[in-house]
Design a binder for this molecule. Structure first.
Ligand code: NAD
Length: 258
């Protein structure tokens, strides 16, 4: 079904939009009429996705200031403004506590926390020129509002992103820019592959037992990238003009149980 084109001609940047959740968000924004720029370190995959959704690509490593500055300059040159920024790019880290090094911790924070800030700072002048008020949407995680084993670096970065969202909402409100965060739960993407290469998290016995059989996911299934795209669309739409500094958990109800 064709979408209603409620973002017609808005300029949207989705970092990490080559695949997974970012690609689903990019597709949804494009269906709503936005001119979508996918900024991803994986340029080949980004180009394939951009072709499919009718968007464009700019290669960026969000942890590398030089490429982030170039990204903002290229958007300025091509469009002269940015209406929507989705800070989605991130890496997974599941290092056990005893194996965690400060080098690894810094790397995860460089991408998952500082990277989002770097893109926001670089594009803020363009967001101030947004047609109907700019939108920043940070893709955090339920792991940014809960603790778990072997997740210290990832969860700390995502927790930082959650509170960074609230600060951005305060700092950017005078410029008619909202900032919100989405916290996905278990979503079926590449990130759900087990780090040791032994399979898929959602196919493991512990996932099937704890989260499905014993009901820790009340809706009874893992999520799809499209489950995140709808709430993401809402938060960057005109309907969310009075929503800022908020953190929406999109997790099939995982965080509602104990
Ligand atoms: N999949 C899940 O279960 C889940 C749950 C909670 C939160 N999230 C969050 O959702 C977002 C998307 O995750 P996903 O599951 O789609 O992951 P994914 O690995 O499928 O996609 C991530 C994308 O980000 C890009 N990327 C990684 N590092 C980058 C960098 N330095 N610069 C630019 N691009 C970079 C990758 O190339 C890839 O295209 C992430 O922020 C992730 O933390 C995912």
């Amino acid at each position: 079904m064709a979408a209603a084109q409620r973002l017609k001609d808005r300029v949207a940047l989705v970092t990490g939009g080559a695949q997974g959740i970012g690609a689903a968000i990019a597709r949804r924004l494009a269906e709503e009429g936005a001119r979508v720029v996918i900024g991803d370190v994986d340029d080949a995959k980004a180009k394939t996705t951009a072709r499919e959704i009718g968007g464009e690509t700019l290669r960026v490593d969000i942890a590398d200031d030089t490429t982030v500055t170039a990204l903002a300059q290229a958007i300025d040159k091509a469009h002269g403004r940015l209406d929507i920024l989705v800070n989605n790019a991130a890496i997974l880290d599941a290092t056990p506590f005893d194996e965690l090094t400060m080098t690894r911790f810094a790397k995860v924070l460089d991408i998952n926390l500082k990277g989002a800030l770097a893109v926001t700072l670089a594009t803020a002048p363009l967001l101030r020129k947004a047609t109907k008020g700019g939108r920043v949407l940070n893709i955090a995680s339920i792991m940014g509002v809960r603790g778990s084993v072997a997740s210290l670096a990832y969860s700390t970065a995502k927790g930082g992103l959650v509170n960074m969202t609230r600060c951005l909402a305060c700092d950017l409100a005078p410029d008619r820019i909202t900032a919100n965060a989405l916290c996905p739960g278990f979503i079926n993407t590449r990130m759900a592959l087990l780090p040791d290469g032994s399979g898929h998290e959602h196919e493991t016995d512990w996932f099937k037992d704890i989260y499905l059989k014993y009901g820790r996911i009340p809706v009874g299934r893992a999520g799809l990238p499209e489950d995140i795209a709808g709430p993401a669309y809402f938060l960057v739409s005109d309907d969310a003009a009075y929503v800022t500094g908020q953190v929406l958990l999109v997790d099939g109800g995982v965080s509602a149980t104990f």
